[in-house]
Structures are given as structure tokens and as C-alpha cells.
Design a protein around this ligand. Sequence first.
Ligand code: KG4
Ligand code: ZN
Length: 339
Amino acid sequence: MLLWYNALAMRILAIESSCDDTAVAIVEGGRRVLVNLVSSQEKLHAKYGGVVPEVASRRHLEVIYPLIELALKKARLAPDKINAIAVTTHPGLLGSLLVGVNAAKTLGYLWNRPVVGVNHLVGHIYAGWLGKAKIQYPLVSLVTSGGHSEIVLTRKMGEYKYLGGTLDDAAGEAFDKVARHLKLGYPGGPAIAAEAAKLKVKSEKLKVREGRIILPRPMLDEDNFDFSFSGLKTAVTRVVGRRADIAWEFQEAVVEVLSEKLFAAARKYRAKTVLIGGGVAANKRLREEVEKRAQKLGVRVIIPDFEYCTDNAAMIGVAAYYLQRRGKDKWYNANVIVG
Ligand code: KG4
Ligand code: ZN
């Protein structure tokens, strides 16, 4: 069992392999990122229009050990300077998770270091700890990625109350599917954002709303914190128009629903801080809208840097540091959790 007598110098090597990015980071003292490496499989899956699980796990296996070696080299650290290992255990693609967890356990065994398992979504929330802003509770977080769109209430560190989430497609998944429909490529989020950005003039954007394309804002009038994006995706397939107009209106619809529900939760639970995380939190329009609404409500807002919104291992290292300090997780037996 590891002692936290020198928490500021605590160095955690973190591994993330839950989906299609292999990521390794070394985090010192819970906030200082010494190295943050991501080996993306984007190109590999692009021709399929989405992640192919077996292809993903095979690639993880190829790159994970070289990436660990590179991380140590870049941080100029020998393995004996690493105090603990953190790894994503769930949720994610089973074959992908197994590669990361197996690597973490092997290192833990060889280096005689504890291994701590981290929930991927909790990791996305802890990405918010990487900035300078101080978190005040209650905290309401929106974790929105390719696999999840969830609103979570944290009254004190280490506690997560699920307030609501998607009933069908996650927001990122909807971005990816709509991009495929519009033949914009994969991953869809950045592709749709770039297409929508072609509408530079305000009058052009207004014309989309007033003149032609109007897409639904699903579940906005319901008094809960759930989302549904599959109907919106279907609605896109029925409209006819310029690609940039459709991309713009689709992005607006997703941003409006996500931010409206997030701030409804923030008001209800009298949040002092609002945080967004996950790949979709890299979306500029969403970031703008969340900043604007937070200012209006008078709450702190935490939006991680782009590199800490999409999948990365630094957030897993940070989560392990804070959770373990509070004694929430065991330092051994990090296993993949299914379901
Ligand atoms: O968190 P993440 O890297 O992986 C998962 O845990 O799923 O999120 C990936 C998702 C993809 O669906 C991608 O299209 C979306 O995040 N995404 C974006 C943007 N960048 C990535 N969605 C909207 N706008 C973006 N700029
Ligand atoms: Zn993620």
C-alpha cells in the first residue's frame, strides 16, 4: 500500500485505451502533466466511418509499450521514479480496455507499484482539475463524448450522482453519424464544426433558422435531465439543403439542448461550478454557449483545454491521484469492469 506522505512529488503513470486512442501520461502531484501522449487511430478507422472494435484492440497492443517507453523517455524518468500506475477500467470497448489494464498490471508487477482503476467518465470530469480554476461545490458536470452524454452532480469530491443522460445516441455519436450522412468523414464532430464555420456572416446563420432549415430540439420541454439525439439525426436525413446550412443548424440544435439541460440542473442544485468534459466539449460553439450561460447565472465555469477534452491519459492520472488520496479506490486488483 502506498503512503501519501509526499503527495506533491507523487508521480503517476496513467494509461487510457478505452476506445480508439492509445494514451499514456505522467502526472506529478495531481496537477502537473509531465508528458501527455496520444496515439490516435483516427486514420485507421476513417475508412469504416466509425471505430471497429477488433481493429482498435489490435492497434492498442502494437503501440502501448512503445508509447510507455516514449513517455518515460520524454519525461526523463526511470521507472523507479514512478510511484503508482493508473488505468481506465470502464466503460469502453472490452478488447481495448483489456490491453490497457493488462499493460498496467504488468508494469505494477514488474516495478512493484500499486495499480489503480479509474472510471473513464470520472476521468473526463477530473480533466477540469488540470487548469488553474478552483472547483467549488456543488459541481454540475456534463460529460459528452462519442459514447456518453451525462449530467452528474458532485456535492463533495469523490461523489457522483447521475442526474440524467442520453436515452439513445450520445451527442458525439450523433455528430459522427450526421457527418457520415453528409459525407464529411470521421470523426464527425470536428468535421461538422468546420463545415458549420463556413457560415461566417450572421445574416447567413439567421437565414438557416428563418428561411429554410429548422431542426428539432429533442426533449427540451421535458422536466428532466435526459437527452435523445437519435430523432435529430433522423430529421437531418429528411432535410434538403446546403451542407454547411445543415451542419450549422445541427450543431446549434445539439449545443442548445446540451447547454439548456446542463444549466437547468445547475439552477436546480444551486451549483457553484459548472464543468464540461469529453470529446464534444472540444466544440467551440458549445464552449462559447456554456461560458455565456455561466456568466449570466453567476457560476464558475470549468472547460478543460482541447487536448484534455478528447480522450487522454492525463485525466486518468489526475482522477487516480485525488480519488486515492481520499481512499476511495483500492491500489490493487484493477480489473476491467463489464457492463
Ligand atoms: O471523449 P472522446 O475523445 O472519446 C469517447 O470517449 O467517446 O470523444 C469522441 C467524440 C467523437 O464522437 C467526436 O466526433 C466528438 O467527440 N468530437 C466533437 C468535437 N471533437 C470531437 N464533437 C463536436 N465538436 C468537436 N469539435
Ligand atoms: Zn472519452
